[in-house]
Design a protein around this ligand. Structure first.
Ligand code: ADP
Length: 644
């Protein structure tokens, strides 16, 4: 093959990233080692996986390991592995460009706080470049498994604007990264420094991490004796490298579980809870599942969340993010599953419809729901934090996993009229416990914000009767309620839709009197309602006297199966065709504005008043006026008319 030497430029983003990284990690430079070891460990995982179908890749060297070395004289540190290695194209692709879509978000999410920023680097996977925090020159020499010795390549860069690539020869497959350490960081070029950083960050890496033993200097030779031949230092393993999940629970401390999580699941914070299970039913497997503290930035956008469940088969790592092991609505769960029954050469396609996977998934789902239930019961405050981070994921459950609907619904938390401010949150079981006499339904309202929900005129009659209403104001709520009709045998009713029948519900002492009174008022208002209806014929499907209102003049009500106005709005804005749904306008005959309207003789003014009544009811509902300018014009006319 022809040898090639070329100079290449970094993508603009790489340069930008390097500068930021050097700056933000300045006070925590030691994480470079964790990042390089993690890359080496991934490379060994990949080789082991590819070798399942092509054993020749192992090239009679099947003991995969990582080696950390240093050279005090040259001022260098090296991290090498006999993993999969890279071809020339792969080096250009992986090291010279940032192909990942997360990079931009990464740059934007840097906070300037070093501890947080350095942890972000792990989360976003731009680890290799952290080498430039301590080095002013980095060489990476690599040969891909299965390639010829002369197909190796040497990448070299000072991290400023570009890199060089040279063809070199390398007998053994794998990758060696050499860091030419900056003067101010020369203290890292030291056996015990490196040793302690490996223990601190990489103890749970499943491949052995080796270092040459540190030998005491040879004794001074006695007079007239030959000096002793120096001993050859031996390679020694530094990390524990045990598969933690294979040990028995009683041998594992909370600290072990936490440090395993941080190293293996790539998080900088402790998890809130975990569940470690050995299952021996039809299928044998071990699972170690963690609930993280914080949602990743792309939890609600990304189709394949990063850092999901890792799949192992008989302790051999098979793949990251085996999304078939968890339903989508639990995609925030991290950890691993180690199966004894799956074949080693399992591929994503095989996972697609596999009995074993389906059974593991069912079992793991139950475990996670159990873990959440436990948290909700025993540590309600921590559960609330969890809900704030991940609640919207759980709301996808009724659509995705009808079988566990009730179980998941137990975990839901909503704002409610029972409390006075946003974020106090209640569960459905608590709602049920507070139901009024005669109440057999769960009432809720959807809106696009807490204040829109809690100020909605629809709540008036409920407040009056002391009936609690759930205030749902997340976008997914309206969608979720399509799949979620009842809980514990009680059906859900949107208070902004359809007819409302609250007879005999709530504070009912004077109900029959009140009812008769209302009916009388409604009958008296009939002529007025007819007049309004004639004006609003085109824009409403009906106008009627309201049973919901006590203090507002009017409100709009959607049909039982119609979508809420604020949702229609949202979908329209996103470019969806929406079928025309005309609302019902309900008016409150006892309200002084209606009295005013009734006395209005001028038919033009009457029409203006009627339109304004509909407009403001639409606005209160989070709807948008088809003719905003017309609304303003009408309102101004009416103001002016007040002078007359
Ligand atoms: P990440 O590891 O998060 O993907 P990095 O910037 O650390 O991001 O590495 C970029 C890519 O370079 C890796 O995804 C991998 O393909 C390749 N790479 C890095 N180090 C090694 C290595 N030691 N052996 C093989 N490939 C490597």
């Amino acid at each position: 093959m022809e040898t090639m030497s070329e100079e290449m430029k970094f993508e603009a983003e790489v340069s930008q990233l390097l500068q930021l990284m050097i700056h933000s990690l300045y006070s925590n430079p030691e994480i470079f080692l964790r990042e390089l070891i993690s890359n080496s460990s991934d490379a060994c995982d990949k080789l082991r996986f590819e070798a399942v179908s092509d054993a020749s890749l192992l090239e009679s060297d099947s003991d995969l390991s990582i080696q950390v070395g240093f050279d005090t004289e040259a001022g260098t540190i090296t991290v090498s592995d006999n993993g999969i290695g890279m071809s020339r194209e792969e080096v250009v692709q992986n090291i010279g460009t940032i192909a990942k879509s997360g990079t931009k978000q990464f740059l934007e999410s840097l906070t300037g706080d070093q501890k947080t920023d350095s942890a972000l680097i792990g989360q976003f996977g731009v680890g290799f470049y952290s080498a430039f925090v301590i080095a002013d020159k980095v060489d990476l020499q690599t040969r891909r498994a299965g390639a010829n010795a002369d197909e190796a390549v040497l990448w070299s860069s000072d991290g400023t604007g570009g890199y060089s690539l040279d063809s070199v020869s390398q007998e053994k497959r794998g990758t060696t990264v050499t860091l030419h350490v900056k003067d101010e960081h020369k203290n890292y070029v030291d056996h015990w420094q490196l040793h302690s950083i490996v223990k601190k960050y990489s103890d749970h890496v499943t491949f052995p991490i080796m270092m040459l033993e540190q030998l005491p200097p040879p004794p001074e030779p006695e007079e007239g004796e030959e000096p002793e031949a120096p001993k050859e230092p031996q390679l020694q393993q530094v990390n524990a490298a045990s598969a933690l999940w294979t040990r028995s629970k009683s041998d594992i401390s909370d600290e072990d579980y936490q440090s395993f999580y941080k190293q293996v699941c790539n998080d900088y914070e402790d998890p809130i809870a975990w569940s470690h299970n050995r299952v021996e039913g039809n299928y044998e497997y071990t699972s170690l599942l963690y609930l993280p503290k914080r949602a990743p930035f792309d939890l609600y956008e990304s189709m394949t969340p990063k850092n999901g469940i890792k799949l192992f088969v008989q302790r051999v790592f098979i793949m990251d993010e085996a999304e078939k092991l968890m339903p989508r609505y639990l995609r925030f769960v991290r950890g691993l599953v180690d199966s004894n029954d799956l074949p080693l050469n399992v591929s994503r396609e095989i996972l697609q419809d596999n009995k074993i996977i389906a059974s593991i998934r069912r079992g793991s789902t139950k475990k996670v729901l159990g873990m959440l239930n436990d948290l909700a019961e025993k540590k309600p405050e921590e559960y609330k934090d969890f809900w704030t981070q991940f609640g919207n994921c759980l709301k996808e459950a009724p659509g995705e996993d009808p079988g566990n609907k009730e179980e998941v619904a137990k975990l839901y938390r909503f704002d409610t009229t029972h409390t006075s401010s946003e974020g106090e949150l209640t569960g459905l079981d608590d709602y049920l416990a507070r139901m009024q006499t005669g109440q057999d339904k769960i009432y809720y309202i959807t809106a696009d914000s807490y204040s829109a929900a809690s100020n909605s005129p629809h709540l008036e009659i409920f407040r009056d009767k002391g009936i609690e209403v759930l205030l749902m104001h997340d976008r997914v709520d309206e969608w979720m309620m399509n799949y979620f009709n009842e809980y514990d045998g009680k059906s859900f009713v949107s208070i902004a839709k359809g007819d409302l029948d609250l007879d005999g519900v709530g504070m009912a002492s004077d109900d029959s009197e009140k009812k008769a009174e209302k009916e009388k008022q409604a009958a008296e208002a009939e002529p007025l309602i007819k007049r309004i209806k004639a004006v609003l014929e085109e824009d409403t499907s009906d106008v009627r006297a309201s049973t919901r209102l006590t203090s507002s003049p009017a409100c709009v009500v959607m049909g039982e199966h119609d979508m809420a106005l604020h949702m229609q709005q949202l979908l329209k804005q996103a470019g969806h065709e929406m079928p025309e749904t005309k609302p019902v306008l309900e008016v409150n005959p006892t309200h002084p504005i209606l009295g005013l309207l009734d006395r209005e003789q001028d038919e033009d003014k009457f029409a203006n008043w009627s339109r304004l009544l509909l407009d403001q009811a639409m606005l209160a509902e989070g709807g948008q006026l088809a003719d905003g300018a017309g609304f303003v014009k009408r309102m101004n006319e009416m103001f002016m008319a007040m002078q007359d």
